[in-house]
Each structure stands twice: as structure tokens, then as C-alpha cells.
Design a protein around this ligand. Structure first.
Ligand SMILES: [Zn+2]
Length: 281
């Protein structure tokens, strides 16, 4: 088992900060050894609808030892060689959103909760992942999720423990009709309840299925500003809120896809998350 060097290079800002609540999870870590994005990549990241502020180069080394160069912003990983794959779209409000790339309809998605060596999920993480998979299987979509716990990467999604003390995780968007394969969960999640683990697992699986942050255009987390729609696309999902009771642009603050969390989250989809997923799939 090779050591995961994923994310080790640079200052990483994981995507979960709530500054307006007392029991916030603040997993921002700043180290030196950061390399500024080139102008070209800054523009590409912005064009990909991802916040370039705080975005860093990372080398993702997966469990099989294969590595690729990527840019990380918050809890989203953009592989450099996939930046150009995404198509252009834009939208602006605070609703449920998805990227252009989605998972093919009707797929059975094999999910591995990794159990090998230092990358093994802890018991709490496993419970959280089981509950997250249950969340996706409980709603009415064409997708079926089949979860096993093993030391194998032969799966559509591989959820593993990336160690460290931070909370949260990172995921990739889908490509070629397949979900983002690797979901890294930070070691600090073992300090949180089963429900919080369920929340983070469900959230990262949401990205891997093409969901963007519900608050992408108006971040509720004060961790570096809004994201743009860009070439990944931020397409409003019909049936999810566009205006609130005061007539202002609405935001489903109960959404599992809000860009930050606190220790009180219940791990469950909001009403509109279900609308969104059942619309897409
Ligand atoms: Zn996220």
C-alpha cells in the first residue's frame, strides 16, 4: 500500500467553515510551500466555476499509486487534464445546481469503503458512509448504490481515509458518465458524530454525482468568496427554490450541498436535495 501524498504539497483550504455558529468546523490549514497558480490556470479554474482564491496545485496520488496533477479549491478537485473537458454554462442564483457532466442514467454504482492499512475508514466513517449510501438508495432515482467494505479499488467510487486532523473531505465531479471515483475523507472526521460523518459522505458523493454547492454563487461560508458557474456549469435544477418568502433570491440552507457544515447537521437530504437528485437521475 503506497502512501497517499494527496494534498500534502500545499496550503489546502478544505471546504467546510461556518463562521456564524459557535460549534463551527474550521479546517483551514495554511502551510508554506504553496505555489501560485499560473495566470492560465487561474483563468481556467475560474472558468471551471471554482473559486480561484486559495486554489492550489496538488498532486493526487491514489491508492493504486497512480498520481495526477490537479488544482484543489475547497473540497473540489479539478484534474488538470480534465479542465478542458467541461462545457460552458452559466446561471446565477442560489438554488440546487449541477455540472454539465453527470453520471449515466440507470447505473449501478459500486461504492467501496476502503479498509486497507492506513487508508482504512474508521468505524464512524464506515457508519457515516453506510448511512450516506442508504440516503441515496432511499430516494427514487435510476441509480443503485452497492456498498462493500474492502481493501479494493475496483469500484465506481472509492471512499478512503486520507488521515490528518482536518475535517471534511474532497471529491471530483463526474466524467465520461462515471462518478468522480476517489473521495478522500480527512482523519479529523473521526472526532465527529455518525450524523456529521453521514453528512460529509453524502455531500462528497453529491459532488461525485455532479452536484455543485447550493450556495455556490453566494457562499454562506466566509472562506474566500463566491464561485462562478464556469465551464463545469452551474445549471439550476428545476423545482428547487429561486425565491424565498420575502421575494429575495432563496437559498435552501438545509441543503446537504451547502459548502460548509457544523456539528449539528443531521446528515439528511433537504426536501429540495431530493427534488434535485430525482430530477437529475
Ligand atoms: Zn463541497
Amino acid at each position: 500500500m503506497k502512501k497517499i501524498k494527496a494534498l500534502a504539497l500545499s496550503a489546502l483550504v478544505a471546504g467546510f467553515v461556518v463562521s456564524c455558529q459557535q460549534d463551527d468546523v474550521n479546517n483551514q490549514e495554511v502551510t508554506n510551500a504553496t505555489v501560485e497558480l499560473s495566470k492560465k490556470h487561474q483563468l481556467a479554474v475560474q472558468a471551471a466555476g471554482v473559486n480561484p482564491n486559495g486554489a492550489k496545485y496538488v498532486t493526487m496520488q491514489h491508492l493504486d499509486g497512480a498520481s495526477f496533477d490537479a488544482i484543489q479549491s475547497g473540497d473540489i478537485i479539478l484534474a488538470l487534464d480534465k479542465l478542458a473537458e467541461q462545457a460552458l454554462a452559466s446561471d446565477g442564483d442560489t438554488k440546487q445546481y449541477h455540472t454539465h457532466n453527470l453520471v449515466s442514467q440507470g447505473r449501478t454504482i459500486d461504492v467501496v469503503g476502503f479498509t486497507g492499512g492506513r487508508n482504512a475508514l474508521t468505524q464512524r466513517m464506515r457508519t457515516g458512509l453506510q448511512w450516506a449510501v442508504n440516503n441515496y438508495n432511499r430516494i427514487s432515482t435510476s441509480l443503485t448504490f452497492r456498498l462493500t467494505f474492502e481493501a479494493s479499488e475496483d469500484a465506481d467510487m472509492v471512499v478512503y481515509n486520507a488521515g490528518g486532523t482536518r475535517a471534511g473531505g474532497v471529491a471530483e465531479f463526474p466524467s465520461n458518465g462515471r462518478p468522480g471515483k476517489y473521495i478522500a475523507i480527512y482523519g479529523g472526521m473521526d472526532n465527529f458524530s455518525n450524523n456529521v460523518n453521514e453528512h460529509v459522505m453524502t455531500h462528497e458523493m453529491g459532488h461525485a454525482l455532479g452536484l455543485r454547492h447550493t450556495d455556490y454563487a453566494r457562499r454562506v461560508c466566509e472562506d474566500g468568496g463566491n464561485e462562478t458557474a464556469g465551464i463545469d456549469g452551474a445549471i439550476h435544477i428545476p423545482g428547487t427554490p429561486s425565491v424565498n418568502q420575502w421575494g429575495a433570491p432563496g437559498l435552501d440552507t438545509d441543503s446537504i450541498m451547502i459548502s460548509c457544515f457544523n456539528s449539528q447537521v443531521d446528515g439528511e437530504f433537504s426536501e429540495y436535495d431530493v427534488v434535485a437528485l430525482e430530477y437529475l437521475y
